[in-house]
Design a binder for this molecule. Sequence first.
Ligand code: SF4
Length: 377
Amino acid sequence: MTITAERPVSLWPAAHKVDARRPRSLQSKIGASDTVCARRAGYLLHGYAPTDGGEKRKAILGTWLHAGILSTAREEFGWIIERRVEDDTIRGHIDAVQLDSYTATKLPKRLRPSLPAEETTVEDVKTKSTYQWDNILRYGASDAEMRQVFLYADLLRSEGFADIEGQRQLARLGPVPVGRIRFRFINRDSGDDHIQEMAYTAERARGARWWVEQVRAASNPEELPRTFQGPGLSVVCDNCPFKTACWGSVAAGRRPQSILIHDDAEREQALAEYVEVSEQMKPLKERQKFLRAKLDGSESGVYGDNMLSWSGGNPTKVDDVDAMVALYQRAGLEVPMAPDAAAMKAQLKTAGIPVPVRLDPDRRTSVGINVTLRKKP
Ligand code: SF4
């Protein structure tokens, strides 16, 4: 039986090529959106070539959603979207600017917003998955996201819109008095949105500028800290175009983070910290287990600030061998007769005969770490 299915051509390879041609993907100068990780910003600033292609489908989906959301804001509200801001050290593209009525009067009528803000607001749209949504609702924008948007706002306040083709009239406004920052989070699975707003503060902007200065002051990227914990522990690192430059290639079966230990002194220090952290976690884990047990059987619903729901507990799917045999027989195919290992094992055990085993060269047990207190001499 040959089963063939003609698949329509995938658009993803084309989407990756289009994404690679976007101005942001080609820039080698530091951009506000590159201020996620200090080491990564260093690689970009020093013109390193990316070492990893990475999977970009989620980022591309985010770009497509951005385009639709922002063009809606422009068409319906007259907000200024996707405009360049820059100075001698940094540049970026602001998602949207909602001008206040007073600033808007300085523009020709056709460029004024139909929905002005009480105070000029810089907006950044972030698309997130359901998996990240609870964190967004609880904690809001991350430090890196804050840094990025405060840099945009600060550039707009100090320099105004960049004086480049396509935004000359905006540039003539000069420095724009940004008063608010707004994040618009969109859940790309459900379409839910969540707004987080805050006042622009010079102190926060100074912090973001200071971060950029540290990156600029480094003479090479290796001097800069890795902001994240590395591949396998951070999705930012998993998708980082400089993953190999940053973590190197480690021996098969070893974790990338193992390059951080160079000698026994560092090993001793890491082990001591491991024990300390484990001790701190123990009572919390026990408490969490106890609370989970207390909640068992509680109805799903909203209780105070939290929503309780349950997942799992469903029958699992197993291969329906009888149905497969019937399918093969209908197709006139020979049903393979493999030995029934489970039945043979059961019979050997009943007869008190040890079940023969051999080592499988392709499979390994998972490696667990065991740390016990050293016996004092
Ligand atoms: S791999 Fe992670 S730590 Fe290294 S540069 Fe990329 S994001 Fe930063």
